[in-house]
Design a binder for this molecule. Structure first.
Ligand code: HEC
Length: 144
């Protein structure tokens, strides 16, 4: 593994432009195991109640219950148009995850307040990593 760490470091140093885009002051959530089966409606939407004071639908990003999923998943960020707010499968490249997990998110200019701590941040991480699904067992009811 030491070889890989050295290689990773060498690659990072060789690509300062890539490194400069990474957010800083991010919390390391790797100690929190992934919980399978995260879906928006049940697991994520309730957390966003804490954000409605600023994202209640009065302009900008709306996280109101009837708008949040469509406003987040696969939608380009205002602050970082080169990134998606939620990039399914890739928390590190998702502005939402950066916004709640990093002190300098490199998108919004400050870290979003409202979550209780690392467990809720990991919940959002897991949901994005697992593909950012919307409803519980949606496939069973909505066959194309
Ligand atoms: C105190 C008010 C406030 C609260 C509370 C707040 N936000 Fe924000 N949020 C903002 C502002 C203002 C911006 C735009 C700031 C900027 O781009 O610099 C923003 C930007 C964002 C963005 C980036 C949107 C984009 O298109 O680039 C995301 C994602 C976000 N907030 C998520 C959240 C979440 C999730 C919560 C709750 C955990 C939350 N915010 C709580 C004020 C707030």
């Amino acid at each position: 593994m030491a070889c890989c760490a050295v290689l990773t470091l060498a690659l990072a140093l060789a690509h300062p432009s890539v490194r400069a885009q990474d957010p800083s002051g991010c919390e390391d959530l790797s100690a929190i195991p992934e919980t399978p089966g995260r879906v928006f409606e049940r697991d994520i939407q309730p957390l966003l109640d804490n954000c409605l004071g600023c994202h209640g639908g009065q302009g900008g990003l709306s996280l109101a219950p009837d708008q949040a999923y469509e406003a987040l998943v696969g939608v380009a960020s205002n602050a970082r148009p080169d990134l998606l707010r939620v990039d399914p499968g890739d928390p590190a490249q998702s502005v939402l995850f950066r916004a709640i997990n990093c002190n300098v998110p490199e998108g919004p200019s400050f870290r979003m307040p409202g979550l209780s701590g690392p467990d809720e941040q990991a919940l959002i991480r897991d949901w994005i990593r697992q593909g950012a699904g919307d409803f519980i067992q949606r496939d069973r009811f909505e066959q194309p």
